[in-house]
Design a protein around this ligand. Structure first.
Ligand SMILES: Nc1ncnc2c1ncn2[C@@H]1O[C@H](COP(=O)(O)OP(=O)(O)OP(=O)(O)O)[C@@H](O)[C@H]1O
Ligand SMILES: [Mg+2]
Length: 406
């Protein structure tokens, strides 16, 4: 695998100008108008809203890039209270910089901000908007929450719709052309249908299939499993995160298709978005880390009865780690780690395959060979004749040779 393939395609193919954002023409038009004529606008901010993976965040970056504006980006999940918001966003919004051409401010994923007067994330944002010298973009999945009432009066609403399967397929086709990937007729439309309007999911699936199979086929798409599985894991997360009752939460993961390893990754990814209090977070992560200890014991010693402990720790354990439940909306997201783990595993598989071949020819064990494979890599880097001889003798293929040379 070329190192090039290790860049997630959702980053590699992020739209570099607004024209590359597919299927959101009306939203893009409104963004252009707003930014182009910012001084005349009554409302000094735009609230981009719509489901996950439809291009909200990417469009703001594309706009900044196209017009050559500096972008000040803050993810609302990283700021906890009014003081922090004012400190970070407020000062950026007021400061005129002498040298830069201009800037836009992106306050991303504001669903998690609190609307109350005292901790007041949202009132602070409204105040910043009123005083801002620069265009402000906000993104949210659900702008209709009551807590956004005052914000909606001060920001134009721009809707990002779920993408049609044709739009998704169009972007996938472009990527496949650029990457020179063979695709079975109709397979990209199938992928487009299956991702339910979410371009990020579709591109991630495309890359996963390509890494696994080297080409895109309908069979490979089927093998990925149904995406609606994520619904059940999301329901399970809701149960665990939104309840403190161990009796309810202990069964949360029972009907989920994902195995416990994967469930742990989902919890790990979303926990910090849900639990705000440091004490809660510390206790919950302690549960996860204990579960992880059991997980490794199972791997090493096959003590499968530990599975019940893992289940209890990551469901009821995580649930009772909070003093009380959080009344806020969080859009739970799949973990980015699964794809990364795939790559890591993929690399290890190559190592194992080569070691197996050599072990067969030299009458050693594969395990022993894995330990010594670095010597072989030194040979392949420094001694071409010897490397060629070994390649021929053992019957290594091109990819294996390039892995050894790397
Ligand atoms: N309309 C689109 N056209 C082209 N590419 C897109 C589009 N929407 C999303 N993408 C791709 O998907 C990736 C994720 O999109 P983006 O981060 O903008 O989603 P989002 O709407 O902000 O989702 P979330 O609500 O989860 O933050 C982008 O980096 C880009 O590669
Ligand atoms: Mg986003």
């Amino acid at each position: 695998m070329k190192p090039d393939n290790l860049i997630p395609w959702i980053r590699k193919y992020i739209p570099s100008k607004l024209g590359d954002v597919t299927g959101q023409d009306s939203a893009i038009e409104q963004m252009r108008e707003f930014a182009g004529d910012f001084r005349k606008q009554k409302k000094k901010a735009v609230l981009l809203h719509g489901p996950s993976g439809t291009g909200k965040t990417a469009s703001v970056h594309a706009l900044a890039n196209e017009v050559g504006l500096e972008i000040i980006e803050v993810n609302a999940g990283d700021v906890r209270n009014k003081e922090q918001i004012i400190k970070i966003v407020g000062s950026a919004a007021r400061q005129m910089s002498l040298f830069s051409k201009g800037k836009i401010i992106l306050l991303d994923e504001i669903d998690g901000l609190s609307g109350t007067k005292d901790r007041g994330g949202i009132p602070a944002v409204v105040q910043i908007i009123k005083d801002s010298a620069y265009p402000i973009f906000l993104t949210a999945q659900n702008p209709w929450d009551k807590k956004f009432n005052s914000l909606r009066k001060n920001a134009q609403l721009v809707e990002f719709s779920p993408l049609s399967h044709k739009d998704v397929a169009q972007v996938l086709t472009k990527i496949c052309k650029k990457e020179n990937i063979e695709t079975e007729e109709g397979s990209l439309i199938t992928l487009g249908r299956r991702c339910a309007g979410d371009m990020r999911a579709a591109i991630n699936d495309l890359q996963t299939i390509f890494i696994r199979q080297g080409k895109i086929t309908k069979k490979a798409i089927d093998d990925l499993g149904e995406r609606n599985q994520t619904d059940t894991i999301i329901e399970a997360l809701m149960k665990i995160f939104k309840s403190t009752d161990p009796n309810i939460t202990i069964t949360a993961l029972d009907n989920v298709d994902e195995d416990l390893d994967t469930a742990m990754l989902w919890i790990d990814e979303n926990l910090p978005k849900e639990y705000d209090k440091p004490e809660d977070l510390a206790r919950a992560y302690d549960m996860l880390s204990r579960a992880d200890v059991f997980r490794r014991r199972i791997k090493r010693w096959q003590h499968w009865r530990f599975l019940v402990y893992i289940n209890a720790l990551i469901s009821a354990g995580v649930a009772v780690s909070k003093d009380e439940k959080y009344r806020k909306f969080v859009q739970y997201k799949p973990t980015g780690r699964i794809l990364k783990m795939w790559w890591a595993k993929q690399k290890n598989m190559k190592k194992k395959a080569i070691s197996q071949k050599i072990a067969m020819h030299t009458h050693t064990s594969t395990r022993e060979m894995i330990k010594n494979i670095d010597y072989l890599r030194v040979i392949f880097k420094n001694n071409k004749d010897m490397a060629d001889a070994i390649t021929e003798e053992i019957g290594l293929d091109k990819e294996e040779v390039s892995w050894l040379r790397k």
